[in-house]
Design a protein around this ligand. Structure first.
Ligand code: BES
Ligand code: MN
Ligand code: ZN
Length: 486
């Protein structure tokens, strides 16, 4: 992966990247003052280029200018928009794509470099992401980026935070992009084990079908019952000695969702290898909390199952007994996510008794119907907690929108046969699913957030820091939020 170094001035005569921003009522670009100003002749040349190159300074704009025999031998003018972290993130991603055939570049940052550095580093590392199994053309040549800042030592922690955040977002993308011929529940648990080894304060427990049966995880067993690859429950615990707050993260981990007996039509099924993006995000965020040594205890639960069609699959109309004893009647085996989440949440509430509970799930197609392709739906009874998470998600450059736990639909959860009906074919899909999950929050009802992230978990095109395919949605926002606790 790309090596990024902090330096106090350009050390090589090759490519120098100078930031530009919009200026004036009829926006045209102006150079952004940098900590180490370019030589006078370079600055004059860059300034003269701005109108000729028709630059506006918008974030992500890139213009290359060759200077044969000069130092630097290439100038790149890079639009950073408002110059805030998100502007620099988009700029970093655009730069990684534009400079993919160079091996080394130098980027000059403004004197007030902290937010710019964080955005630039995340943008470079996320914009250059390729999924190695499916992306043809090989790795980008760009191997080294020198970043010119006033004080490298003082900014090193920001570089490390940004690098860790991006690396773990890339891990979540890799897990989510992996084809389901490779990633069954056992494989996913093995990936978590491999990533967690070496951290002395990270503890991992993986339950297999027998333990799940012995302890009463009926939802995970029902959904996983149709597959030749049995279900798992991953429990990954980051437990620093100085923690005062305990957060449990739960992530939906359906390694492929056929819909089960209520089978999905072809177009709806083709991307269902991504149905474990919630599990990938919470695992990656927990690994990030450990890597950054955040002083907050984080336990991640990833219920993993493959929702298949077979003679041992659960049927519409079956009654499921969840962890802790609540039963649910499922009339649609395609509403499987809420069944595995219910077990994990009930387990968290009863056995782990955390302060806060957050679940992430590619739960409903209705998320995208309501909010479009980039926003997750956020549900919570707790206004402060909702606001805190929304702020962290926004600061991290991700998007979520709060939705109501509308009581109008609670009656639809009634069943004649069980405590709850898990998949009523009425009401707003994402809201009804959230209301079902709320039934498993017990004492933590007011300390819980549900994020339906079906829509933003995937991008159909490369867009700023997003690559085509899995986005790793949630890793950045969760890490920001966890960093504010403690
Ligand atoms: N995994 C799907 C939700 C989904 C859809 C994720 C599209 C990403 C993109 C989930 O298990 C599902 O099938 N939900 C059903 C629920 C319904 C049967 C109540 C849905 O959204 O149609
Ligand atoms: Mn489904
Ligand atoms: Zn699903």
């Amino acid at each position: 992966m790309l090596a990024i170094r902090l330096v106090t001035g350009p050390e090589r005569p090759d490519t120098l990247v100078l930031p530009v921003r919009p200026e004036g009522p009829d926006p045209s670009a102006a150079l952004v003052p940098t900590a180490s100003p370019p030589a006078d002749d370079v600055r004059a040349e860059a300034t003269a280029l701005l109108p000729v190159a028709r630059l506006t300074g918008d974030a992500g704009e890139v213009r290359e200018h060759l200077r044969p025999g000069g130092t630097p031998s290439r100038l790149v003018l890079l639009g950073v928009g408002a110059g805030d972290e998100q502007g620099w993130r988009s700029a970093g991603a655009a730069l990684a794509r534009a400079a993919k055939d160079e091996t080394h570049i130098t980027v000059a940052l403004p004197a007030d470099a902290a937010a710019a550095l964080r955005g630039l580093v995340e943008g470079l590392l996320l914009g250059s992401y390729r999924f190695r199994l499916t992306e043809a053309g090989g790795a980008p040549a760009l191997a080294e980026v020198d970043v010119v800042v006033p004080d490298p030592d003082a900014l090193t922690p920001i570089l490390e935070t940004a690098r860790t955040t991006a690396e773990l977002t890339r891990l979540a993308r890799d897990l989510t992009n992996t084809p389901s011929s490779v990633k069954n529940p056992e494989w996913f648990a093995g990936q978590v084990a491999a990533a967690a080894t070496g951290h002395p304060d990270l503890h991992l427990r993986v339950r297999g079908p027998e333990e799940l049966a012995a302890e009463g995880f009926g939802g995970i067993l029902a959904v996983g019952g149709g597959s030749a690859s049995g279900p798992r429950l991953v429990e990954l615990d980051w437990r620093p000695a100085d923690a005062r707050t305990h957060v449990v993260l739960v992530g939906k981990g359906i390694t492929f969702d056929t819909g089960g007996i209520s089978i999905k039509p072809v177009p709806a099924m083709k991307l269902m290898r991504k149905d474990m993006a919630g599990a990938a995000a919470v695992v990656a965020a927990t690994l990030g909390a450990a890597a950054l040594r955040l002083p907050v205890r984080v336990t991640t639960l990833a219920p993993l199952a493959e929702n298949m069609v077979s003679g041992s699959a659960f049927r519409p109309g079956d009654i499921v007994r969840h962890y802790g004893g609540l039963t649910s009647e499922s009339t649609n085996s395609d509403a499987e996510g809420r069944l595995v989440l219910a077990d994990a949440m009930a387990y968290a509430v009863r056995e782990l008794k955390p302060d806060l509970l957050v679940d992430l799930a590619t739960l409903t197609g209705a998320n995208a119907v309501a909010l479009g392709k980039r926003h997750a739906a956020l549900y919570s009874e707790n206004d402060q907690l909702a606001a805190d998470l929304l702020a962290a998600i926004d600061a991290a450059g991700e998007r979520a929108w709060r939705m109501p736990l509308a009581t109008d639909y609670v009656e639809y959860l009634g069943s004649e046969l069980a405590d709850l009906h898990s998949s009523p074919a009425r009401g707003a899909g994402s809201v009804v699913a959230a209301l079902f999950l709320r039934e498993f929050t017990g004492d933590l009802r007011d300390h819980w957030v549900h994020l339906d992230m079906s829509a933003p978990s995937w991008s159909d095109d490369a867009d700023a820091e997003l690559a085509k395919g899995a986005t790793g949605w949630g890793v950045r926002g969760l890490l920001r939020w966890l960093a504010t606790l403690g």
